[in-house]
Design a protein around this ligand. Structure first.
Ligand SMILES: Nc1ncnc2c1ncn2[C@@H]1O[C@H](COP(=O)(O)OP(=O)(O)OP(=O)(O)O)[C@@H](O)[C@H]1O
Ligand SMILES: O=P(O)(O)OC[C@H]1O[C@H](OP(=O)(O)OP(=O)(O)O)[C@H](O)[C@@H]1O
Ligand SMILES: [Mg+2]
Length: 291
């Protein structure tokens, strides 16, 4: 029988970034309008789109072999799943999402303890209840279906526990963050039984290597240049490098090709310095994966 790995892709905030990551990793996923079973260009994988909030339950129950979802929802559901690897990306940046306690800017609630007897609105009910219970603070936690920031503004709750990435939604509602409860990043998780199946494990490991490789390549570029022997030490000293740079002699000459991988952010400072130190024929190129 043909073997297939059932892979869950999160719908919602992480969907676009996840699709882009798979594309960069070497798998093209094609979503059809109003259909939650997208095509993937790998006959060994079967994709399903499902809510990030429910993913870990489906993986735990074996409906899916594996999937990607936030650490926050795995903890909220208390799911018993195997974490293959953490994948550090977000909706718009590479920063982790943060679950924070926020109150109106003029509130006299300043610390966690000030919430004793108060009401909190959140989508992350179980986690929040546990968090306050572990600290011996009595609070009422109410489930919010979304647009949670509005609830403190409307006076429906004293505080909210909400996810933030850039902070713009919190700011737009005139709220202030008084505490961070957790940071959450996407996790590639597996059902325990699937992880113990050698064929499935191999396939999941292949995915993990390529997904991590594509993430590591983000913001990294390759730099290559020609350098005369007398300038070589000077150039190597200037170069920040993941590893030592590769240096190869040019054919029948006293020049060398120097190759390295650097962060994209430093290139604009680096290239003028390299030129000044005698490098020639400098090229910068994009990287798809760094393993
Ligand atoms: N603005 C954001 N920036 C980064 N990560 C986010 C953001 N919003 C949500 N996430 C992450 O995406 C996952 C799903 O988020 P969330 O629970 O808000 O559902 P959603 O996909 O946004 O759907 P909904 O429209 O119901 O909110 C979570 O793991 C969360 O940490
Ligand atoms: O700090 P920021 O970058 O502003 O991101 C935070 C916002 O992103 C999420 O909303 P989402 O887009 O998922 O909409 P939702 O209200 O339907 O959850 C989250 O619920 C916040 O409202
Ligand atoms: Mg959301």
């Amino acid at each position: 029988m043909e073997k297939k790995l059932k892979l869950g892709i999160p719908k919602g905030s992480l969907e676009k970034a996840t699709m882009e990551l798979f594309e960069k990793s070497g798998w093209r996923i094609n979503v059809h309008h109003r259909n939650y079973f997208p095509d993937i260009d790998d006959p060994e994988i079967e994709c399903a789109i499902c809510r990030a909030q429910e993913m870990s339950r489906y993986v735990e129950q074996g409906i899916l072999d594996c999937g990607i979802t936030g650490k926050d929802w795995i903890l909220e559901n208390n799911s018993d799943v195997h974490t293959i690897t953490e994948l550090i990306y977000s909706k718009v940046s590479k920063r982790p999402a943060r679950w924070v306690l926020a109150v109106p800017a003029d509130s006299n609630i300043k610390r966690l303890e000030d919430l004793e007897g108060k009401k909190i609105a959140t989508e992350l009910v179980n986690f929040t209840k546990r968090y306050f219970a572990e600290r011996g603070i009595n609070v009422t936690v109410e489930f919010s279906w979304g647009a949670t920031e509005a609830k403190v503004v409307q006076g429906l709750a004293d505080a909210i526990v909400e996810v933030t990435e850039t902070g713009s939604t919190i700011r737009a509602h005139g709220l202030k963050i008084i505490h961070e409860l957790m940071q959450s990043t996407p996790q590639f998780i597996a059902n325990h039984e699937s992880w113990n199946d050698p064929w499935k494990r191999k396939k999941m490991e292949q995915l993990a290597i390529m997904l991590k490789g594509a993430l590591r390549a983000h913001k990294l570029v390759g730099l290559k240049m020609n350098v005369a022997r007398e300038n070589l030490d000077k150039i190597v000293e200037i170069l920040p490098s993941l590893n030592a740079p590769t240096i190869s002699p040019l054919y029948q000459s006293d020049w060398f090709a120097v190759e390295t991988v650097v962060s994209e952010d430093v290139v604009r400072e680096l290239i003028p310095k390299l030129l000044e130190a005698g490098a020639q024929g400098i090229i910068e190129y994009a990287l798809n994966k760094v393993i």
